[in-house]
Design a protein around this ligand. Sequence first.
Ligand SMILES: *[C@@H]1O[C@H](CO)[C@@H](O)[C@H](O)[C@H]1NC(C)=O
Ligand SMILES: *[C@@H]1O[C@H](CO)[C@@H](O)[C@H](O)[C@H]1NC(C)=O
Ligand SMILES: *[C@@H]1O[C@H](CO)[C@@H](O)[C@H](O)[C@H]1NC(C)=O
Length: 160
Amino acid sequence: MAFKATLFVFLSVAAVAIVLVPMAEAQLGLISGLLGLIRIQGTLFCTPNGNVGTGGATATPVFSNATVQLLCGTAGNVISTVTTNGSGIFSILLDPLQFLLNSLLSDCKLLVRTPLSACNSSLSGLTGLLSSPLQFIGNTIAGLLSIVNIIPVGFNLINN
Ligand SMILES: *[C@@H]1O[C@H](CO)[C@@H](O)[C@H](O)[C@H]1NC(C)=O
Ligand SMILES: *[C@@H]1O[C@H](CO)[C@@H](O)[C@H](O)[C@H]1NC(C)=O
Ligand SMILES: *[C@@H]1O[C@H](CO)[C@@H](O)[C@H](O)[C@H]1NC(C)=O
């Protein structure tokens, strides 16, 4: 009898633990989803180095429909793949619970998979792909959301 009671208590505690752990995780995920966000955003230009020209942003053609990837680690794992819009703007959103700012900045980079010739055939002689390290420029608050803003340091052609 005592054994049965002990077993019952044990099973009850185990059942509560099984139910509670995923709930706590789900709630944490929800809270971070509502309250925090890492945003990597930038504009890709259709120039030999992908950066804004000397005439400024309005005078420089943009590189739209380009595939931009976030790669991390020495193996270059693909974390995210996005496409630049009609304004050449790309935006990658990450969960701050899954990424540490310092390791993002030190271990990750942007890589443009679409060659420059796609936006201007005169640039087809330039081999390689555009790539940029990342930099943190500050936090902004949008309602309940705290956004960690990261931008490209500047693009360069690299041989991938
Ligand atoms: C980008 O892609 C859209 C949809 O595929 C297409 O309509 C548009 O012409 C493309 N723009 C450029 C500049 O390639
Ligand atoms: C591109 O995305 C930016 C940021 O979301 C937005 O402000 C801009 O209007 C978009 N441009 C086009 C052509 O959709
Ligand atoms: C294409 O690239 C060439 C060489 O950089 C440049 O002179 C030309 O203005 C570009 N054309 C367009 C439409 O951006």
